[in-house]
Design a protein around this ligand. Sequence first.
Ligand SMILES: Nc1nc2c(ncn2[C@@H]2O[C@H](COP(=O)(O)OP(=O)(O)OP(=O)(O)O)[C@@H](O)[C@H]2O)c(=O)[nH]1
Length: 246
Amino acid sequence: LCFTFAGNGQLPSWFSVTSAAGAQVREMHSAGSLSYSRTFKIVVVGDSGVGKTSLTYCFCTGQWPSATQTTIGVDFRERVLDIDGEKIKVQLWDTAGQERFRKSMVQHYYRDAHAAVFVYDVSDVASFRSLPVWLEECRQNSLGPDTPRVLIGNKVDLLPSVTAASVMEQARHLAEVHGMPFHLCSARGGGGERVDAIFTALAVQLKRQGCGRGRRVAGSFKLTKAKADSDCKILLSCCHILSVMS
Ligand SMILES: Nc1nc2c(ncn2[C@@H]2O[C@H](COP(=O)(O)OP(=O)(O)OP(=O)(O)O)[C@@H](O)[C@H]2O)c(=O)[nH]1
């Protein structure tokens, strides 16, 4: 119900070479058998419907999701990138935008996160106005100004309006004030490359900052922290579903 390990062996294994901020990045869609030396945990937050699921799906699978459903609790999507010769798992935590599906789980989403991605919908001013709330939630969970953060204005494929343009200016300003890069993109039709570039650049930045060391031994599937993490997440999300249902 809650878990989508997109790309886990479901996708054609292809990769291409590109560069992000001067780094050599081999992009490979994650397969279950791929080994990696460390994991970057990135939380993706924003109002319900801004496109968090679509963006994370797009990055991890290279495809546009034919349909999405409101996220309950959290979804996990992963992709292994080869950055400067090191295989790194980029784990995107696609969190629920709706308050009733977050509740007491919030602190677990943020625990040990290396970066946060804030998303708003350029066609929905309210989703932009909510950003301070998401920034504050992150700050309260130890993802403050020292943590790499990115602001994304999604759905630029929708017709531009005067309001959208003025909101973009305000978004630029907000990003500047909070010291984070601001990107416009679309998870829909043809926007995949841009989405790729945004998340890849963030992963490169995390590598340069030395994040995620000492998490998992490459190729080892016995007693790994990743396995324990994964089991923990399943348990936590089950508890959350039960609490929502009751
Ligand atoms: N036109 C357009 N529609 C998009 C884009 N990204 C997402 N959508 C649509 O917006 C709707 C919501 O997308 P989701 O990805 O489910 O949004 P979300 O932020 O994950 O929502 P919650 O799970 O409720 O927090 C869906 O109908 C998507 O198809 C985009 O870039 N352009």
